[in-house]
Design a protein around this ligand. Structure first.
Ligand SMILES: Nc1ncnc2c1ncn2[C@@H]1O[C@H](COP(=O)(O)OP(=O)(O)OP(=O)(O)O)[C@@H](O)[C@H]1O
Ligand code: SF4
Ligand SMILES: [Mg+2]
Length: 329
């Protein structure tokens, strides 16, 4: 299987009046064609910025380093013209904020058909037909009438669906979906996730899905990456991590997920404390003020992301110091 996306030693820094903020630190991920990756973690952990950077959409005060290869070509080294050949065509993003990708001054029909005409050689009539079909697939009622509306004439949930339809229009090889279904009601959510899964199976589309909802990851993803304070805490096969989580933060996330807790017959849990402030991360492991398994090393040295026997990558002193783990368990 071809590797579609390979992120290596990837970091993002922001220049702020208070100094530099390391929003993402030394990330490494490889995604094969047709595979999907779930990215989870609390607010501010660096999920959105990572993928905005790959799309060339980092804020002006942000700078990224490392590599992010799409079919072997480094996105971080591409010119805007080169990126424009890929963005929205071979690699699309469903943004957390729908207004990021919808132009308020153009009718949805124009926004949707232009990309097909320009990049996929459709004529106007076929492009309109395809766009209407896509709106229908994401559950927009009466799509042949509504396609002629402006984005601000849609409700929030409808706008979200229009954006999903736009992202899927060119049948991209890689779809990056940032909290794609949070604004939608449960029935539509399920419908959209089913559609994504279908496109994954039928077209071999690779998906990166950023979400707070671990249930979505369980249903759709092959790999999961758990982020904490701009770093990868745990990364690997979704089944391994769901049934044998190693990092205390991942364990906490899973124990706070109602449906999984009832399946595993455990008590519902809430991780104590708050997500860290990136401007004043604690020394050592950023999770140490909230971690029940903390040992001396945790407040002194940052744990490295290392493989455990199952192949899962974990950044935790407790996991990688067997004699301490035995004493504490
Ligand atoms: N332009 C900027 N300047 C300075 N810091 C920024 C800037 N943009 C984002 N950040 C910081 O980068 C960090 C990561 O933000 P990001 O948007 O990736 O979080 P997230 O994991 O997607 O959170 P959420 O779940 O709330 O969407 C945050 O602490 C945020 O405050
Ligand atoms: S390194 Fe220490 S503080 Fe961090 S998660 Fe592991 S045990 Fe907890
Ligand atoms: Mg985000």
């Amino acid at each position: 299987m071809d590797t579609i996306l390979e992120i290596k030693n990837f970091s993002i820094e922001f220049e702020t009046p208070e100094g530099q903020v390391l929003a993402v630190s030394n990330m490494n991920v490889a995604l094969k064609k047709g595979q999907s990756l779930g990215v989870v973690g609390e607010s501010g952990s660096g999920k959105t910025q990572t993928f905005l950077a790959l799309m060339g959409l980092l804020a002006k005060n942000g700078r990224c380093s490392g590599q992010a290869s799409f079919y072997g070509h480094d996105l971080l080294q591409m010119s805007v013209e080169q990126l424009n050949q890929i963005r929205g065509v071979k690699m699309s993003m469903i943004f957390q904020d729908p207004m990021t990708s919808l132009n308020p001054y153009l009718r949805v029909s124009r926004q949707m058909t232009e990309v097909l005409i320009e990049h996929k050689n459709y004529n106007k009539k076929d492009a309109l037909e395809k766009a209407i079909h896509m709106l229908d697939l994401v559950g927009i009622p009466d799509p042949s009438r509504r396609i002629h509306m402006y984005s601000h004439e849609f409700s929030g949930g409808m706008r979200q669906r229009v954006m999903i339809a736009m992202a899927l229009l060119c049948e991209p090889d890689l779809l990056i979906a940032d909290e794609p279904t949070t604004a939608l009601d449960v029935t539509i959510q399920a419908q959209i996730l089913e559609l994504l899964d279908e496109l994954k199976q039928k077209l071999g589309m690779s998906i990166v899905i950023i979400t707070h909802d671990l249930g979505v990851v369980a249903g759709l993803c092959d790999q999961v990456m758990v982020m904490y304070g701009g770093r990868v805490a745990e990364h690997g096969d979704v089944q391994q991590i769901f049934y044998h989580p190693q990092h205390p933060y991942t364990q906490g996330l899973l124990q706070s997920m109602p449906s999984l807790v009832s399946e595993l017959d455990q008590a519902l849990y809430s991780i104590p404390g708050h997500p860290p402030n990136l401007q004043s991360l604690p020394a050592g492991c950023a999770f140490n003020p909230r971690c029940a398994k903390c040992i001396d090393a945790c407040s002194q040295t940052q744990p490295e992301l290392l493989a455990v026997a199952s192949g899962t990558m974990v950044a935790c002193h407790h996991v990688h110091t067997p004699h301490v783990a035995e004493n504490l368990s």
